[in-house]
Ligand binder design. Structure first.
Ligand SMILES: Nc1nc2c(ncn2[C@@H]2O[C@@H]3COP(=O)(O)O[C@H]4[C@@H](O)[C@H](n5cnc6c(=O)[nH]c(N)nc65)O[C@@H]4COP(=O)(O)O[C@H]3[C@H]2O)c(=O)[nH]1
Length: 739
């Protein structure tokens, strides 16, 4: 028998520090002594041995003391060690118990071990090493059990305190774990669902089947699912589920972790809704409308019988109503309009608000084009009825542009562009009207688009050129100025008239850069002429409406004058009367600013439209240009002559200069001269020409139309001057545009 034992690995730290409290229950004192001796021989173990002869006080003793280990003799008078073991276990003792017996018995051995004993030792065979081993194993097992319980407690704690729903099942997919978070969300008590099928928690049985299949195939599943509460209410949850395995890797069920994402889903849905709807009316917005339009375009491309129409609406007088009655009423009006529009449509039609007072309608799958007209008329009538808003009767109406599906439409933006264009046509035809976009308009739109692209290229490729037309003083026949006129040398079309491209440049905003170029280029050219003795020749440049409205025109001109070193006194701007009238107050401010810089202003195209001589009183302009449409008739029409005379007289009365444009005949010239018009411009003196040619004319500015006060026609003193006039009339003709 080995009397010296080694300290087993791992036990050292634990045992050497701790003094074990051991209870021996044995009615034989000798056995107590032997046991004590044997225990003392275990080197690594410090202990206190308590000896109790009978079983009677054992329960109390165990309750009052913390024993680390019990040694029970099997024979204890009226009771056996097995009885005592069962009693102490029942009483809550959790420490290890070793049963000692006089005689080994296999059946008893089995029974005591089953009852929870750590070991069953036959006294005769006990030596210190056997006892040591038995105690050590008992303590180790105890510690392992405690660790197991602790880790089980920990896991349970985790599961119970998780805010996520944790649900486990067995291999039959029957619920075996249902944590408090799950109980709270599903409103089920744990015991309501234990061993019930997992599928009862899903709103849709098919969805569960799908998830289960995924778990079986891949071992896991994660994604959004719709679950069902005890009361049948459904909710969105994010589920992660995977196969649960035992230590050997065998499947024991599934473990699922999920979270209620109803609030998040609601928020997401709200955000999505906001992104595609107008917040005021709740109607689809431009984005959503464009999505739908894109779809119907594709549908109509696949099915030629599928027709659709887009109606672009602009509310008449909305701005006036909004400004006069306030934004709150304006908003209510828009909401009511949205309601009325919906009433005019079928449920699969779409009405969207694009912002402001623009509404757009998509009529899908219409039988024929006339359906769109019928709906447009219905809408016109519906919106003509007064709206009662906060006690105000508000009258409005709408202008509608209609575009029908055509095979050449491939992009939603093109349809909208055309619908917008034709809506303006409807507006111009009078309010509360509709107009349809036709093939001719489409061709025009395509041409315009092409022109727009060409214009862009023209800017980059320097395709613009400036021509100059002389302006002649009618008092002495001298050239006193030149008007710069832009030309576009189109690589394919030849010279293109500004009348063709200036309006488009104006519409697209390109006029600002083109206009800047014209001012700079013509001032630079003019500076060259000034440097070579023609300093008495002033320069006139046309300024378009958009250019004039841009807030920095005076600044641009100031800068260019500085850069070119040109004298502002020899620089005129030609602005049409209608441009100036658009916003009188602002115009006067801009004109005064230009005047203060020394720049002179001529009102262009005077005598066209509704010219208001009266306005001349207020405008800081230096003169007017009689439009060529009036000049054309002055010598032949007494009405035109009377108007022209009145214009000249009144302008002079207001101390303004007068230039007549478009002078082509001697008779016109004579009329203007005899009525004291200051200057004239026209083919009679010279067509617009390149700078290189104009310089030759300037060289010969000795050309001196002697205007006889008593003769009716123009006469020239010298044969050379007559020849020059002929030169003007005929030789310069080729510089006209390509028609
Ligand atoms: N039938 C006839 N026509 C004559 C006669 N004398 C001159 N014209 C033409 O009459 C137009 C006079 O220019 P506008 O009224 O300012 O009218 C100009 C002006 O409004 C605009 N424009 C021309 N150049 C520019 C420019 O550089 N900038 C801006 N913004 N507009 C320009 O384009 C319009 C047309 O210019 P153009 O085609 O050059 O046409 C010029 C000129 O060529 C004549 O005796 N008979």
């Amino acid at each position: 028998m080995a009397r010296i034992q080694k300290i087993p690995r791992g036990m050292e730290k634990v045992m050497s520090k701790k003094k074990l409290k051991i209870l021996l229950v044995d009615d034989d004192e000798d056995d107590y002594v032997i046991t004590k001796d044997l225990l003392s021989e275990i080197r690594w173990m410090k202990f206190d041995l308590y000896w109790e002869k009978t079983h009677e006080n054992v329960l109390k003793l165990l309750n009052d003391n913390q024993f680390d280990l019990c040694l029970f003799d099997y024979r204890l008078g009226s009771k056996t060690g097995l009885d005592l073991l069962q009693e102490v276990v029942k009483n809550g003792y959790k420490g290890p118990v070793i049963i000692l017996t006089g005689q080994g018995d296999y059946e008893i051995d089995k029974e005591v071990m089953k009852a929870g004993a750590s070991d069953y030792l036959v006294k005769e065979q006990i030596c210190s090493s056997l006892l040591e081993r038995s105690i050590r194993h008992a303590l180790e097992r105890k510690r392992t059990e405690e660790a197991l319980v602790a880790s089980k407690d920990y896991a349970e704690n985790l599961i119970n305190s998780s805010i996520d729903m944790i649900i486990a099942t067995n291999t039959d997919r029957l619920i075996t774990e249902f944590n408090p978070a799950a109980q709270m969300v599903f409103e089920y008590n744990k015991y309501d669902v234990l061993y019930k099928p997992f599928r009862i928690l899903f709103a849709d049985g098919n969805e569960w089947q799908h998830i289960n299949r995924k778990i079986e195939q891949k071992g896991c599943f994660s994604g959004e699912v719709i679950k069902k509460k005890k009361n049948g209410e459904t909710f969105h949850s994010y589920l992660s589920a995977s196969v649960l395995r035992d230590l050997k890797g065998g499947e024991v069920g599934i473990i699922s972790i999920s979270r209620d994402i109803t609030v998040q889903k609601r928020l997401e849905a709200q955000l999505l809704y906001n992104a595609f709807h107008d917040s005021l009316t709740g109607l689809p917005n431009r984005k959503l409308f464009m999505n739908h339009l894109e779809k119907v375009i594709r549908l109509s491309q696949m099915d030629k019988g599928f027709l659709f129409a887009v109606l672009f609406l602009d509310i008449d007088r909305f701005k006036v109503i909004n400004d006069s009655l306030g934004h709150a009423i304006g908003d209510k009006l828009l909401i009511s309009i949205a309601e009325r529009l919906k009433e005019c449509l079928r449920h699969n039609d779409i009405v969207a608000r694009f912002g402001g007072d623009e509404f757009v309608i998509l009529l899908s799958d219409i039988k024929e084009s006339s359906c769109a007209k019928v709906i447009a008329e219905k809408i016109l009538n519906k919106l003509k009825e007064p709206f009662c808003l906060d006690g105000h009767s508000v009258f409005t109406g709408t202008s509608i542009g209609i575009v029908l599906s055509e095979e050449y439409y491939d992009r939603p933006e093109d349809i909208l562009r055309d619908a917008d264009t034709v809506m303006y046509r409807a507006k111009m035809n009078g309010r509360s009207n509709y107009a349809m976009f036709d093939k001719e308009m489409h061709a025009h739109a395509v041409k315009t688009l092409q022109m727009e692209a060409d214009l862009q290229r023209a800017i980059v490729n320097n395709e613009f050129k400036l021509y100059y037309q002389p302006i002649v003083s009618l008092a002495d026949g001298n050239i006193t100025g030149v008007e710069s006129l832009i030309r576009w040398e189109h690589p394919q079309k030849g010279l293109v008239s500004p009348a063709e491209f200036i309006p488009l440049a104006e519409e697209t905003g390109m006029i600002e850069s083109i206009g800047r170029w014209v001012i700079k280029e013509s001032l630079s050219q003019s500076k060259i002429w000034h440097n070579v003795e023609y300093s008495n020749v002033s320069l006139s440049v046309n300024v378009s409406a958009r250019q004039f409205r841009s807030h920095n025109l005076p600044e641009i001109i100031r800068r260019i004058l500085e850069e070119t070193g040109m004298d502002s006194m020899a620089f005129d701007l030609e602005i049409t009367e209608s441009t100036v009238m658009e916003d009188m107050d602002r115009s006067i401010k801009t004109l005064e600013e230009l005047n203060s810089m020394g720049v002179k202003i001529m009102l262009d195209d005077f005598g066209t439209g509704f010219s208001a001589i009266n306005n001349l009183r207020f405008l800081p302009v230096n003169g007017i240009k009689i439009d060529l449409s009036l000049t054309k008739d002055i010598a032949t029409s007494p009405g035109a002559a009377t108007i022209a005379k009145a214009i000249i007289n009144m302008a002079h009365g207001l101390n303004k200069k007068v230039i007549a444009e478009g002078v082509e005949t001697d008779a016109q010239l004579e009329f203007l001269r005899s009525h004291n018009c200051d200057m004239a411009q026209g083919y009679l003196f010279g067509r617009p020409m390149p700078a290189s040619e104009l310089v030759r004319i300037l060289e010969k500015n000795s050309m001196h139309y002697k205007i006889s006060n008593d003769k009716k026609s123009v006469s020239t003193e010298h044969p050379f001057e007559r020849a020059l006039l002929t030169h003007f009339r005929h030789h310069l003709l080729p510089h006209n545009y390509a028609s």
